[in-house]
Ligand binder design. Structure first.
Ligand code: ZN
Length: 684
């Protein structure tokens, strides 16, 4: 492992900035810490609020991520107030958290790391802690005692596995007090602590000890997972199969709470799953409690047996899933003291040899964290197999980590989820106008959105904006011609692969050709039917297939038009094709109600804002037909409504959101106008 300390960057920084620099360096290497793991600290002399000098400790705040931390994420504690705790024999987690909160030197600073006491008890200026894969490999094997002594001799102390808290902190503090010459402490099934008289020394020792572990592993056995069987099916077929199976798996794991899936068929995962020992090794247990919180104790392993038979694979998935839930429930019952109800018993990591890995999460970001962490679990297993046989925490320790009150407490203080959290939506014609506003509105309420449009690059741009505003993975852009069955099939395959399924469809894409029927070109008539009728049929059919495979219900909203109940002269091609769309929606409501899928219609009118439908030529043509100027056309339309108000795309989006949400859970087959009030267009 390369030592990345750059004196030209670090020299001249104040001590806290040096700590930030070291923290970011360690955080940037995912083989040292992944997503929120690890922590660092320094001890300095600071002025307290009275202006008196006091020994202080700056430490990583709980829940922050080392790769992106900044100064304000390091709370400052009065070190002198903490140290009397070292004389105590025991302390509960709750008392420790309360006590440390009183040691904070600044009001409103973030909560300090749960490993604060351990840092405090080490009598050194700077301390660095990681969960380095290589070091955990050395602790997680049946031969760890001699392996650790081979690698480090007497330069380190080894401390048995305990959950972070007072006891572990005291054990480490005592070990170092008794042997002050040590370079570091290795915590079994957990990670590495190093220290120094300044930040650089703590970092240098850390990198040096991790490098020793890496070098030792590199000299170990080469074939760590046993023989690799050629089970992996080839690229494109693998993706097709994964997209076929995604919604079925998503339906099963979402029974208690919705999840988003992430599919991964990277070489490391495929190699692990295709190996002789993959299944056994994956069932042994998590690498560290830090991994466990995201991955659960074990992944679900599904042997698809006959890769060519979808029904047989689904049966195998179903069988394996029930078995998993049964085992999780039994494990919970064996260890619980009824202090906390059982968490959802479904897997976070699903491995299918030959096909790939799915990870699950409440959103795309969470599913990605699980995937990243499982890659590191595989690394740790590989390292452990190079030097011995992989071993893990005991079932009791795993239970104590998963049901750790301090970890569960985090769930209770999390902000309430948004209305469409855990949902996946697909919106057609979403690169501009009403469709774009709808996509953005659904995303702002927590949905993941597949932004589709004939203009693929414009769809990508809208998706990128949604991601920038709402977070990682919250949208993808997909080029889609709704009138082309192949294009529709591809867009829905992308959706299945990206998120594992679909909950909401907003069928919006449309065109509005103008012309009296006796003058209309057949091609314009046909194009209108292709997009405004057949387009809705094609996307709705694909959406319903996914929703039925998931068996989680769903909501479909068709964007109709005022012209359905109240057609306009010279809008024959448009009015006829949109009326057919509405009839399609109603038949679909009849056919899908029993599957819990709701189908509703929104009828907007005269929305000009950002609209592609209202092209310049259509505006000129309509202005002439009504005898007004182009500039006055929008006002002309508003003035003829009952409410005499401008109708905006955000008004349509609000109605779509309502119909998509659980608030409309008893409404299907409905048609809601969003037109400012046009009495000829009252639904009847
Ligand atoms: Zn740790």
């Amino acid at each position: 492992m390369e030592n990345l300390w750059d004196p030209t960057k670090a020299n001249g920084l104040d001590e806290l900035d040096k700590l930030v620099y070291m923290t970011n360096l360690i955080g940037a290497d995912s083989s040292l810490v992944v997503w929120g793991g690890g922590n660092t600290s320094i001890k300095t002399i600071e002025k307290d609020f009275m202006g008196n000098e006091a020994p202080a400790m700056w430490i990583k705040g709980s829940g922050s991520d080392m790769k992106s931390m900044v100064r304000s994420q390091f709370p400052r504690l009065n070190h002198e107030n903490i140290m009397p705790l070292f004389e105590r024999d025991d302390m509960s987690d709750e008392d420790m958290v309360d006590y440390l909160e009183r040691c904070l030197m600044d009001a409103h600073s973030p909560r300090p790391s749960i490993e604060t006491l351990l840092h405090a008890f080490l009598p050194f200026m700077s301390v660095a802690h990681s969960h380095a894969d290589a070091v955990v490999s050395l602790t997680n094997n049946d031969d760890s005692v001699s392996v650790l002594s081979d690698v480090y001799g007497d330069r380190i102390a080894v401390v048995d596995y305990y959950r972070p808290g007072f006891k572990l902190s005291k054990l480490v503090g005592l070990a170092v007090k008794n042997s002050p010459h040590l370079d570091g402490v290795v915590l079994m099934n957990h990670g590495l602590f190093t220290w120094g008289n300044d930040t650089k020394e703590a970092y240098d020792k850390h990198i040096s000890l991790v490098t020793k572990a890496e070098e030792y592993i590199a000299k170990g056995r080469p074939s760590v997972f046993g023989l690799i069987s050629p089970r992996a099916i080839e690229g494109e077929n693998r993706k097709t199969l994964a997209s076929t199976l995604g919604p079925y798996i998503r339906g099963l794991v979402s029974e208690q709470q919705g999840t988003v899936l992430r599919y991964d068929s990277s070489a490391a995962v495929v190699e692990f799953m295709s190996s002789e020992k993959g299944q056994i090794l994956s069932s042994i247990g998590p690498a560290t409690p830090d991994h466990l919180i995201h991955t659960k104790r074990r992944p679900l392993w599904i042997d698809p047996v006959d890769i060519g038979n979808i029904d047989a694979i689904k049966a195998a998935i179903n069988e394996a899933m029930s078995q998993y839930v049964k085992e999780y429930t039994a494990w919970y019952q064996e260890h619980t003291l009824q202090e906390h109800p059982m968490l959802d018993p479904y897997p976070r990591v699903i491995l299918m040899p030959g096909v790939g890995m799915w990870t699950t999460g409440k959103d795309a970001h969470a599913a990605r964290i699980v995937a990243d962490i499982y890659h590191h679990t595989i690394n740790v297993i590989a390292g452990a197999q190079a030097v011995g046989e992989y071993s893990s925490l005991t079932a009791q320790d795993v239970y104590d980590a998963e049901y750790w009150p301090l970890e569960l407490y985090k769930l209770t203080i999390a902000p309430p989820e948004k209305e469409l959290a855990r949902k996946v939506a697909l919106v057609t014609g979403a690169a501009s106008g009403i469709g774009k506003t709808i996509a953005e509105r659904l995303a702002s309420e927590g949905a993941h959105v597949v932004v589709t449009d004939l203009d693929g690059s414009a769809a990508n741009a809208v998706a990128a904006d949604i991601v920038a505003t709402n977070g990682f993975g919250r949208a993808i852009g997909v080029e889609l011609d709704v009138s082309d069955p192949d294009s529709v099939a591809k867009a829905f395959e992308s959706t299945r692969l990206e998120y594992g399924g679909l909950d909401l469809l907003v069928s919006n894409a449309g065109i509005a050709p103008v012309g009296a029927i006796d003058k209309l070109d057949l091609s314009d008539w046909q194009r209108s039917l292709d997009i405004n009728t057949t387009g809705h049929f094609l996307v709705a059919a694909k959406a319903v297939q996914i929703m039925k495979e998931q068996d989680l219900g769903g909501s479909i909203v068709f964007i109709g038009t005022k012209n359905v109940p109240a057609p306009g002269a010279e809008f024959g091609a448009y009015s006829v094709s949109k009326a057919a769309e509405v009839q399609l929606a109603r038949v679909l409501a009849l056919e899908t109600g029993a599957s819990g899928i709701r189908v509703n219609i929104v009828n907007p009118d005269a929305i000009f804002e950002g609209s592609q439908l209202w092209s310049q030529s259509l505006r000129e043509e309509r202005a002439a037909a009504h005898g007004v100027s182009v500039d006055d056309l929008e006002t002309f339309y508003h003035e003829r409504t009952l409410l005499k108000r401008q109708v905006r795309s955000s008004d349509v989006a609000e109605t779509v959101l309502f119909l998509a949400s659980e608030r409309a859970s008893r409404t299907t087959g409905a048609m809601i106008p969003v037109d400012g009030g046009v009495k000829e267009a009252f639904p009847r």
